[in-house]
Ligand binder design. Sequence first.
Ligand code: ADP
Ligand code: TRP
Length: 356
Amino acid sequence: MKPILVSGIQPSGRLHIGNYLGALKNFVDLQDSDEYQCYFFIADLHSLTEPFDPKEKQRQILNLTADFLAAGIDPKKSTIFLQSQVPAHSELMWILNTITSMGELLRMTQLKDKAPETIKQIKELIAKNMSDLEAIAIREDINETQMNLTNVGLFDYPVLMTADILLYGANIVPVGDDQLQHLELTRSLARKFNTRFGKTFIEPKGLLTKTPRVMSLKNPEKKMSKSQPESCLFIDDDPEDIRQKIARATTDSGSEIIYDPETKHGLSNLLDICAAITGKEVSMTVREFSGKNYSEFKNQLAKIVSDHFAAFREKKKKLLASDKKLKTILSAGSKKAADVADKKMADVKNKIGIAL
Ligand code: ADP
Ligand code: TRP
């Protein structure tokens, strides 16, 4: 049997070139290598942890489904599904919650990035032995607004992710490097469950691309992120937008094309993007552009990026013309996924003694 591969993306906004080079492109390459049994899903339950408009959510789900398909994920080769259509994800999450410590979740960097104040306050309270939630609420030194703004889903996010992965017996999880800490938790929870209840889960490994952290165009010391749309190159941007965004991307005041991620963040990021898209080594990319100035390089890169996504843009437009087809693909994939996930749930319930 082929090793199993699982990964998901949240339907929370347009995909940028970081999502593509860190994750989606790799999904397609791994699928096409024919070496894995692949599951790719739309992590809609995860996306509920960020503010959203219910009228927009289905559009975001279908849009991401079209991204998957237009990029080359093929429902004949891979199982493509919608997380919320497979109830086992939420069910296993609850069971895993009961073997997860608060401490493990408080350490997660993503949570610290998304709710820094809340984490600080909770930690201070724990330090003062104030673990009782009622006591937390009445303490004067708590900024209640911050605490109330942070939903519990954000805290529990990595446990749902663990359930996503363990249900399918994944060996490999292709992601960007911001997700590696979550995978560490996944392995730790799998181990904990196996030790306590008997061998049930596989400990998966993360798989990174050569560009596991594409940097922001405006602020190349930070990672490109959907939460800062002005710093993103979106994969369905039209050629003129691509040209303008790359032309305005922050680079240093030098003129020579040199790869040095320590001192030339912006330029090195653009060289990384260029190499990843053309499939060439960075050293070769640098050689190709040696003697050119920054603006010549940026112009060429804009053309390389626009050409690379030309077929993608066309396919995506066609796919979005039929919501029905997209929904049928997701429903069929979700049924297949649920068959696998339900078997694992039956085993889990049996192991912990709640099966009748
Ligand atoms: P974002 O962080 O932009 O909100 P998601 O959390 O939906 O995006 O991430 C989807 C996938 O894309 C994950 O595997 C994540 O690790 C990867 N990813 C996100 N941002 C980047 C980036 N700047 N560079 C490389 N990979 C990234
Ligand atoms: N947390 C991931 C992200 O923000 C998305 C995700 C949810 C995921 N469940 C997953 C990725 C399971 C890999 C495997 O990008």
